[in-house]
Design a protein around this ligand. Structure first.
Ligand code: NAP
Length: 299
């Protein structure tokens, strides 16, 4: 039980994997009195209500944010601006407004278009946790346990709003850090957005071959591990690729140069180059995994 945070009415717009998991974690922490769920399809909101993830359905964003002291927007990036535009005229002056979008500069631009002045209560955020599944049925309370949440406050974000957003994610079991908006988008392009592009692109390249059936028939654990994230929601990743296009395109170009070099050395049979590359990469990945293991919460 978190003694310092009390949310009287939380309005969640977009009750899917991330939003639903946030709500389940907040319920587990016992810090929220009432949860209003808002979204696109009535059917998924009904499921959320049945699952006990939300207390009430309100499909109109204007009605949904009424009286809310915390508003969380957890829709795909391409839908952020229309949500901000709808709620801008009615958002309570002292309400905290945050989001969970995977790229941050585009969310801030969307808010700048929607609000005459960015509200002090607006604190952009991004939980570094997720799965390749989507929808509220896939949500679970433990998703953020021991995971990081990055807040990218704007120049206008008030310290009270930042503290409340931080406390909300801490109540979900997350470690909260703050980062500059541009830096966030560059770092996430490398650690998350690029790997998703590679997984999608590899599966698509193989699927388009005449012998794709045979290839998939003989694919085993390595292929499955490498391509798990290509099962992620296409709309979400379409929006992320466009929202972070500058940083992502730069990395994709750099990576294609490395791939071209790899093709050359394989063709030439450059054994030293290959051994050095694989050894360096294995060492870097082993260290990454060890650090992750050390950072895991005790069972
Ligand atoms: P999700 O499970 O598909 O949930 C998205 C929710 O938004 C659904 O409830 C959907 O409603 C609703 N929605 C879609 N368009 C809408 C619109 N125009 N108006 C109102 N509601 C709308 O996706 P998610 O994985 O939770 O992703 C949500 C956000 O989290 C995205 O911005 C993503 O970048 C971010 N994020 C995702 C991950 C991840 O690994 N999945 C990690 C970190 C951050 P319907 O039920 O009607 O479709």
């Amino acid at each position: 039980m978190n003694e310092t945070l009390r949310i009287k009415r939380l309005c969640l717009i977009g009750v899917g994997l991330i939003g639903g998991s946030l709500l389940r974690a907040l319920r587990r922490a016992g810090v929220v009195d009432e949860i209003v769920g808002c979204g696109r399809s009535r059917d998924s909101l009904e499921i959320a209500l049945k699952l006990g993830v939300i207390d009430r359905i309100e499909q109109d964003p204007v009605q949904a944010v009424s009286g809310a002291d915390m508003v969380v927007v957890a829709v795909p990036l391409g839908a952020m601006q229309s949500i901000f535009t709808a709620i801008a005229p009615v958002l309570a002056a002292d309400a905290v407004l945050t989001d969970v979008g995977s790229a941050k500069a585009s969310v801030v631009r969307a808010a700048e278009q929607a609000f005459a002045d960015l509200p002090g209560g607006f604190v952009p955020g991004h939980p570094i946790a997720g799965t390749e599944k989507n929808g509220v049925e896939a949500s679970f309370a433990e998703l953020f346990d021991g995971r990081r949440v990055i807040l990218t406050p704007t120049a206008q974000s008030s310290s009270t709003a930042v503290s409340r957003t931080r406390a909300m994610w801490q109540a979900c079991g997350a470690e909260v850090i703050e980062m500059d908006i541009t830096h966030h988008d560059e770092v996430l392009a490398a650690t998350s957005h690029l790997p998703h592009m590679l997984a999608y692109s590899l599966v698509d390249m193989l699927a388009r071959r005449d012998d794709s059936q045979e290839i998939f028939d003989y694919a085993a654990g390595g292929f499955r591990d490498f391509t798990r994230i290509a099962s992620s929601d296409p709309t979400m990743w379409h929006d992320i690729a466009l929202a972070n296009q500058g940083a992502l395109a730069t990395l994709l170009e750099q990576f294609s140069l490395d791939l071209q070099k790899l093709a050359e050395v394989v063709r030439e049979g450059d054994s030293d180059y290959l051994k050095t590359l694989f050894t360096r990469a294995k060492q870097a990945r082993d260290e990454f995994c060890e650090t992750q293991e050390r950072g895991k919460p005790a069972p």
